[in-house]
Design a protein around this ligand. Structure first.
Ligand SMILES: NC(=O)c1ccc[n+]([C@@H]2O[C@H](COP(=O)([O-])OP(=O)(O)OC[C@H]3O[C@@H](n4cnc5c(N)ncnc54)[C@H](OP(=O)(O)O)[C@@H]3O)[C@@H](O)[C@H]2O)c1
Length: 214
């Protein structure tokens, strides 16, 4: 797949690197320094290059949106037309100092994003785990038991693309339903962050859902 990264920070940089190692063709975009994008592309060691958000979007099968909520407008203004594009967003609708969700309960960041780019196909994924755990999960991807990762969206083919990327990282992809379920997954992401950053065991934390009784 061709995957464009919009926001090459903790999440975008690491997921982009993993996607490249899993064999995808990557464009890293949107950081404050061109040098950083070049370094990420070089160190990803796959088919990866630095580019502008427009270049990342061009001919992409999927785009990972991984910027702070306050930067969404800015990055979207630089991508060009996103009609028909699969946008996998891990961005949480956080306030300036990352202490609270600014959209919740009656809507979600993912739904707000979908209204900003109505012709794109938005899937919410990767927002419920800390960046610190991603490389470890990729390393452990051949183990029998995989951690879960919830995702949601309104359209099956874009969800299929997101699920393939989720599995490539090493997760068990858990379809949580339509995009409005991001109203539940986004606050859940804050619970996971609380446990990761304030709990005793460290930030390399993931979760696993198990069914009993059948
Ligand atoms: N970090 C996590 O563990 C985690 C987990 C779940 C969800 N999330 C969500 O994922 C999203 C991304 O989080 P993150 O931790 O990856 O953020 P981050 O490390 O701050 O990355 C954001 C990216 O945006 C770039 N950027 C910021 N301002 C810019 C500007 N003016 N011009 C160009 N580029 C600019 C940053 O550039 P630089 O590279 O130069 O800094 C960076 O590459 C957020 O919405 C967050 O809530 C994060």
């Amino acid at each position: 797949m061709r995957v464009g990264i919009l926001g090459s920070g903790l999440m975008g940089g690491k997921l982009g690197t993993i996607f490249a190692r899993a064999g995808h063709e990557m464009v890293f975009s949107y950081a404050r320094s061109e040098q950083k994008l070049k370094r990420l592309a070089r160190e990803a060691k796959g088919k990866a290059r630095p580019g502008t958000p427009g270049e990342a979007a061009k001919e992409a099968d999927a785009l990972l949106l991984a910027v702070h909520w306050l930067r969404i407008d800015d990055v979207l203004n630089q991508t060009g037309d996103l009609s028909g594009k699969v946008i996998v967003t891990c961005s949480l609708p956080m306030n300036d100092d990352n202490t609270e969700l600014v959209v919740a309960h009656t809507s979600s960041g993912a739904e707000e994003l979908a209204t900003m780019i109505p012709k794109a196909r938005v899937v919410s994924a990767f927002n419920t785990v800390p960046s610190e755990v991603l490389f470890g999960i990729y390393e452990a991807r051949r183990k029998a038991t995989r951690p879960s990762l919830v995702y949601c969206g309104d359209e099956s083919s874009s969800k299929g693309i997101a699920a393939a990327l989720i599995r490539d990282v090493g997760f068990d992809a858990v379809d949580a339903g339509p995009l409005r379920i991001a109203r539940y997954t986004e606050p859940f992401a804050l619970l996971v962050a609380q446990l990761a950053y304030e709990g005793k065991g460290g930030a390399e934390l993931a979760y696993r859902f198990e069914r009993f009784g059948r």
